[in-house]
Write a protein that binds this ligand. Structure first.
Ligand SMILES: Cc1cc2nc3c(=O)[nH]c(=O)nc-3n(C[C@H](O)[C@H](O)[C@H](O)COP(=O)(O)O)c2cc1C
Length: 172
């Protein structure tokens, strides 16, 4: 794919997109007996029928190679109490699972205990886009629990509080 020369500086792009508040998730997988996981906020729901989502991995992220090689992964949506987990899985070059008791889902993928939601995915397609690899996941199984989400805004963890005044849930 040929790209037009960038006129927006990467740091400006990062800072500007940082105004778009997101949740935080850890992507986990297992390849050749080794667990892998990394913190992301590029998670996006793509399609409801069939259920598809995507995650963008920066080039060189160890976990993206493992996800693609394994062909499956889990999305663990973090709760407001799991900031330490988000930090742990964002440290480059570390053994992200050191000292953590491993739990597995029904598809033999390691999962983060007490996450707000788990979505089990098969890798549906992989696209190269700029300095990232976009991995689409076909969602095979889900579960969720009540709790407050961990947010990310302007480069910092934040809280996301539902508006009490909202009369109904808006689902699209
Ligand atoms: C809140 C937050 C969100 C992040 N989102 C992403 C993301 O969407 N994609 C990405 O490639 N890295 C993201 N990172 C950085 C990775 O978590 C970090 O580079 C990690 O160490 C990569 O691990 P690995 O190379 O072992 O796979 C994020 C970090 C934080 C703290």
């Amino acid at each position: 794919m040929t790209m037009a020369p960038a006129s927006v500086d990467p740091s400006v792009m990062r800072r500007t997109m940082g105004r778009f508040a997101t949740g935080v998730a850890v992507i986990t997988t297992e390849f050749e007996g080794e667990p892998h996981g990394m913190t992301v906020n590029s998670l996006t729901s793509v399609s409801l029928d069939p259920p598809l989502l995507l995650v963008c991995f920066t080039h060189g992220a160890r976990s993206s190679d493992a996800v693609i090689a394994a062909g499956r992964f889990a999305v663990n949506v973090l709760s407001s109490r799991q900031e330490a987990i988000a930090m742990r899985f964002a440290k480059r070059g570390e053994d992200h699972f050191a000292g953590l008791g491993l739990e597995y889902d029904g598809h033999r993928v390691p999962v983060v205990p007490r996450a707000l939601a788990h979505l089990d995915c098969d890798v549906e397609r992989v696209l190269d886009a700029g300095d990232h690899t976009v991995v689409f996941g076909a969602v095979r199984d889900v579960c969720s629990r009540e709790g407050d989400p961990l947010g990310f805004f302007r480069g910092q963890f934040s809280s996301i509080v539902p508006h009490d005044s909202e009369p109904e849930h808006w689902f699209f």
